[in-house]
Structures are given as C-alpha cells and as structure tokens.
Write a protein that binds this ligand. Structure first.
Ligand SMILES: N[C@@H](CCC(=O)N[C@@H](CS)C(=O)NCC(=O)O)C(=O)O
Length: 209
C-alpha cells in the first residue's frame, strides 16, 4: 500500500497509525504548495485523489481510499490486535469515533485553513484562535478526569490525530501553556517509537528513535 502525504500536514496521522500497527507503507510525497498539486514524478495529483488533498491511500489492488479518518481506521482494522481502534460495535469504538470527529471538525478545520492562510485576515484568525482555545480547554478537562490518552490508559488512533493537529500550534501561534495535561499527553505520544519513525520518514525529525 502507498500513502500519499505532504510533510508537516494531517497525512502524518494515518502514517503514525500504520507504523503503530506494524504496517510498512510505501510513501509518495505530494507537493501541495504547487498548483496543481504534483506527485514526486511531477504528475498531477488530482489523478490520484480528485479532491486534491492529502492523505490518500493506494491499496494493493490499485483502489484509492481518501479521508484521514477512514484511512486510519482501515489501517487499524487490518491489525486489530494492535488495539489502535477498539472493536466495531463497542461503546469504546463509538468514543473513538467521537474523538476522531471532534479533532477533524473542531480542531483540524479550525487550524486549517484559517491559520495557514493569512489572506483570511487577522480578525478571522483571532476568532479561530479563541475557538481552538475553548476546544483545547475541553480536552484539558477531559484528560484531568482520566488520561493520559483520550480513551484513558489506551493509546488509540485519536491520539495520533490530536498529536498531528495540535502539533501545528507553535507555527500557528496557539499558546498551549495553559494546558499542562494536554502537553504531557502530546509529549508521550511524540516519544513513541512509531511516531518518531513516521516523523523521521517525513523529514520532520533528524535522528532515529
Ligand atoms: N477532509 C480531509 C482534509 C485533508 C486536508 O485538509 N489536507 C490538507 C493538508 S492537512 C491538504 O492536502 N491541503 C491541500 C489542499 O486542500 O489543496 C481529511 O481529513 O483527510
């Protein structure tokens, strides 16, 4: 299987999940700074994913799967014994879905595009930062009642997604100093060998774990 990714973006999330479950993916970098977005050999990426964005996963039969949450859960399901996603039909799985949707809709799409495109203007960015602050405060309170991960003791795909998105905070000037439990949780995730290996493969980290 091949993961189409762009360094420093949300495609790190399914990449981490693949590593965590022990699946070795082929990687193809997409240049999303160019219009149209192009793959490593210069071909138009929209031929791979007509939606135009990363991530996309090419399955061994050639089919393309898109949307980070769907890709991550698909990868987790290939090795259910690794526990990245609780079993389908359980309450824990519904909780995982709830967190994945929360990260996608309440964080991912507040950081991006609002904070990555200055053309939206300072006012829109202030609104996004305030909203993100409220959402992160909710995560902080949640972790205070359990943790260290979103589903308690168990590291899941939702932690990989949260790590990936909240990892944009320094770049987007989101102050995490008021969220010590969140920072501790992110540090734990960042120290995991599978996470470090994914970051290293994408050129985000200089030394192997
Ligand atoms: N709904 C998509 C959104 C993916 C997304 O926002 N990808 C960004 C990088 S984080 C991207 O490729 N942006 C380039 C573009 O939209 O042209 C998912 O969750 O997989």
């Amino acid at each position: 299987m091949k993961l189409y990714y762009a360094t420093g973006t949300c495609s790190l999330f399914p990449h981490i999940v693949a590593n965590e479950v022990g699946l070795s993916l082929d990687l193809e970098r997409v240049d999303i700074a160019r219009t149209p977005h192009v793959t490593e050999d210069g071909s138009d990426y929209s031929a791979v994913n007509p939606k135009g964005y990363v991530p996309a996963l090419r399955l061994d039969d050639g089919a393309i799967l898109t949307e980070g949450i769907a890709i991550a859960q698909y990868l987790a399901e290939l090795k259910p014994e690794r526990g990245l996603a609780p079993a389908l039909g359980t309450r824990e799985r519904a909780e995982l879905q709830s967190w994945l949707i929360f990260v996608a809709t309440e964080l991912h799409k507040l950081y991006s595009p609002w904070l990555f495109h200055p053309d939206y203007g300072a006012q829109a960015q202030d609104v996004a930062r305030r909203k993100i602050g409220e959402r992160l405060a909710f995560v902080e309170r949640h972790l205070a009642g359990g943790g260290p991960f979103l589903l308690g003791e168990r590291f899941t795909a939702a932690d990989a997604y949260l790590f990936t998105i909240v990892g944009w905070s320094a770049y987007t000037k989101i102050d995490l100093s008021g969220f010590p439990r969140l920072r501790a949780s992110l540090d734990r995730v960042g120290a995991r060998p599978a996470v470090r290996a994914a970051r290293l493969a994408e050129g985000l980290e200089e030394t192997a774990a």
